[in-house]
Design a binder for this molecule. Structure first.
Ligand SMILES: Nc1ncnc2c1ncn2[C@@H]1O[C@H](COP(=O)(O)OP(=O)(O)OP(=O)(O)O)[C@@H](O)[C@H]1O
Length: 205
């Protein structure tokens, strides 16, 4: 349950959603992704109503959610190759190799999803989202199941995306990730936005 939220992201802005379990972060992200429809109000992307099935949205918005969207018979490398081909990533093979390296998956490239640890699986989902072209990145607790070193790599990767001009909206339980990546933080409580502003200010409250 989410109470009315008025949220506008500027192009290239990174916004972190913080709050306790059940505060509404995932709900807001699913609405932002056009995956769920609000009972009132409207979600727009570049002026048009947000719809996850819209080809423009599919081409420009990358989502990392809770669902482990994996094919049981494809290896980690094949998953990334599929993403690279599907999204026309230039120099796909090299991009896949770079993604495997960046996500600590080089030694697990030929493993099936069931052979990956939960943290490696999360790395694969992140690698797939970051590999494909995107203007907007929506991530629900991208740090989940990652060890501290991988979390730090993630913070670097997301900060690099923002520097490259992508717009980011992500939910996190890690203040360090919000501090390292976000321009703005929204603190949610019981479906309400209870604080909003620069990370240092909101996190100090
Ligand atoms: N599909 C649903 N149907 C009904 N209620 C739901 C549904 N999904 C979430 N809720 C409720 O909406 C509220 C917000 O849940 P949400 O999953 O958005 O919280 P969250 O901040 O992402 O929590 P967490 O940190 O545990 O992931 C909770 O009270 C939850 O029980």
């Amino acid at each position: 349950m989410l109470w009315p939220v008025d949220l506008e992201l500027a192009r290239g802005e990174a916004v972190a959603l913080l709050g306790h379990n059940g505060s509404g972060k995932s709900t807001l992200l699913r609405l932002a992704a056009g995956r769920d429809r609000p009972t009132a109000g409207l979600v727009r992307f570049d002026g048009a109503p947000m719809d996850e099935d819209d080809p423009t949205v599919r081409a420009r918005v990358a989502v990392v959610g809770d669902a482990l969207a994996c094919y049981p018979d494809l290896t980690a490398r094949q998953h990334l190759e599929l993403v690279a081909v599907g999204h026309g990533v230039p120099d796909g093979e090299a991009a896949v190799d770079a993604a495997l390296t960046a996500h600590g998956l080089v030694g697990r490239a030929e493993a099936l999803p069931t052979e990956l640890s939960s943290g490696q699986l999360q790395e694969l989902l992140l690698a797939a989202a970051l590999l494909r072209p995107h203007d907007l990145l929506l991530l629900d607790e991208p740090e989940q199941r990652l060890d501290p070193a991988a979390r730090e790599r993630l913070a670097g990767a997301l900060a690099a995306r923002r520097s490259a001009g992508a717009t980011l909206l992500f939910a996190t339980h890690h203040r360090e990730l919000a501090r390292a990546v976000a321009d703005r933080v929204l603190l949610l409580d019981n479906g309400h936005v209870v604080a909003e502003g620069a990370p240092e200010r909101v996190l100090a409250e």
